[in-house]
Design a protein around this ligand. Structure first.
Ligand code: CS2
Length: 500
């Protein structure tokens, strides 16, 4: 498509690799098929000025590389054994596509007024978000804004907004004042009922004690803004230098904004729009009445299994998910987790065959052409485990069973935070917003039971219900003791409790 012909109709918050390989691709395909040129995206980066300026310098153009099955992990370090493909993937294997739907890129923190004006613009009818779980600044157990959050308080008091919720509220206020046209806001983050959650958080923010927003704004939002929930799925590892070199070889020029991803892609969107929208279904998205069953399936099966492999694989000394998949007993462990613990908690969408879904998930994880690091999945574990694993734990406990595989994943997360090392004693740098405070509380603690006791005080992760459940406490302590004594490989390995 000729990018010069496309005008902005969507504002996106969170210009990471995921949205560039997912939503922007659907949007471009839909525009190609319909000829509608008014759905260009203004992407705003929230944390990195570099990505916005890099993309702006490239006129918003960047490429999406889907390595072919023959390609072998261009981002593996050169020291790895042959077979891991230390040379660039030959051009021609897989596919490379240049995406033109990103028409503007700005750094939200440097230009809050520009972002407000964009959200308020009449031409914009959709706002989308990929800001990760912690971008919502909420308590995962209560689904309310984190009380006393100083950044939210400052935004509510009227400074140029820096938080995502503050940016939305400011944009809504300006839009209402300018013309009042309706707007659809779509959260594309891996959180259940993400639309409902976002709507609730915005309303709570508008009522922030001492906040500057007038009362009519909350009513206007309730009447004019829709927040559909969505399920998004595509594995998109962080782009590394090796991938950028690979892309440069294929393109014949350097693309600093290139992203690499797998062939699979899925997007299920609740049919709840305030105004017009791109014909995303023409590009393969599913627009449905009820998105919850798809969300639960994806979060608990794909993301839950991803986190399981990542947390246990990290302890076992693996760098990549596909490497963890190949350790003795690990694939069997994931199958057990999916079949025996996740599946009974799901209300499956009619057309889904769980067995086939689970097999496809395992095949996607084993894709050697797309190395995805365990560290990337384990990052922000405290923000991910509630929807990926703890929901399963809760539902199984309610049904009268202790889900030992799911509990082991929680124990692996806890062990990594506690020790900061893998089972061979090698340190890793695990990013998690709750790691600092928890580590401080655990300093000097040698006893797994004490570690569990401290961790369960994180009610924003475990909720008071799990924290107070003796079966959970006992199973978690036992799992942490096992991991401490035997290491992840032995606990998960062949002959262990989970092999079948
Ligand atoms: C992954 C997800 O990094 C992670 O936490 O589990 O980003 C996963 O790759 C996507 O949700 C797949 O759709």
């Amino acid at each position: 498509m000729d990018p010069r012909a496309i005008s902005v109709g969507i504002v996106h918050l969170g210009l990471g690799a995921f949205c560039r390989a997912h939503q922007a691709v659907y949007t471009e395909t839909a525009a190609e098929l319909t000829g509608e040129l008014h759905w260009g995206i203004c992407g705003t980066s929230q944390r990195s000025a570099r990505m916005a300026s890099t993309l702006a310098e490239q006129d918003g153009l960047y490429s999406v590389l889907v390595p072919g099955p023959g390609a072998s992990g261009s981002n593996r370090p050169a020291s790895e054994p042959p077979g891991w493909g230390t040379t660039a993937t030959p051009a021609g294997a897989g596919s490379l596509r240049v995406i033109a739907s990103l028409r503007q890129a700005l750094f939200a923190q440097a230009d809050p007024a520009g972002l407000t004006a964009r959200i308020a613009g009449r031409a914009v009818e959709i706002v989308t978000l990929t800001v990760t779980e912690k971008g919502y600044r909420h308590n995962l157990a209560t689904r309310q804004l984190t009380s006393g959050d100083p950044e939210l308080a400052a935004d509510a008091a009227g400074r140029p907004p820096r938080t995502v919720i503050g940016q939305l509220a400011r944009g809504f206020e300006a839009r209402r004042r300018a013309h009042g046209e309706p707007l659809t806001v779509i959260s594309c983050d891996n959180i259940p009922a993400n639309g409902r959650l976002l709507e609730g958080l915005v309303q709570q923010f508008l009522a922030w004690p001492g906040g500057v927003f007038d009362h009519g704004l909350a009513d206007w939002v309730a009447e004019r803004v829709c927040f559909p929930s969505t399920m998004v799925d595509r594995i998109v590892p962080a782009s590394t230098e090796r991938w950028l070199e690979d892309v440069a070889e294929r393109l014949g020029l350097r693309d600093e904004g290139a992203v690499v991803t797998e062939p699979f892609s899925q997007w299920v969107i609740e049919d709840r729009f305030a105004a017009r929208r791109p014909a995303w279904e023409r590009a393969g998205a599913q627009v449905v009445v009820e998105v919850a069953p798809y969300e639960a399936l994806k979060l608990r099966a794909l993301n839950g299994a991803h986190s399981a492999l990542a947390h246990l694989g990290l302890l076992a000394g693996c760098q990549y998910i596909d490497e963890a998949m190949s350790l003795p007993g690990f694939e069997g462990f994931v199958r057990y987790l999916l079949d025996s613990e996740v599946r009974p908690t799901l209300d499956l969408p009619g057309e889904v065959d769980f067995k086939a879904y689970a097999e496809a998930v395992l095949t996607r994880f084993a894709n050697p052409a797309l190395p995805y690091t365990c560290l990337q999945v384990t990052s922000d574990g405290s923000q991910k485990l509630p929807q990926r694993v703890l929901g399963v734990v809760r539902d199984r406990l309610k049904a009268g069973y202790v889900p030992h595989a799911a509990v082991l994943v929680v124990a692996a997360w806890l062990r990594a935070i506690w020790t900061g090392r893998d089972d061979r004693g090698r340190p890793f740098d695990l990013a998690d917003p709750l790691a600092g405070p928890l580590r401080e509380a655990l300093a000097g603690t040698q006893d797994p039971a004490r570690v569990v006791e401290h961790a369960l005080q994180l009610h924003q992760v475990f909720g008071p219900d799990l924290a107070g459940d003796e079966r959970f406490t006992a199973a978690l302590t036992e799992a942490l003791v096992d991991l401490t004594r035997q290491g992840a490989q032995r606990v998960v390995g062949v002959g262990g409790a989970f092999s079948r």
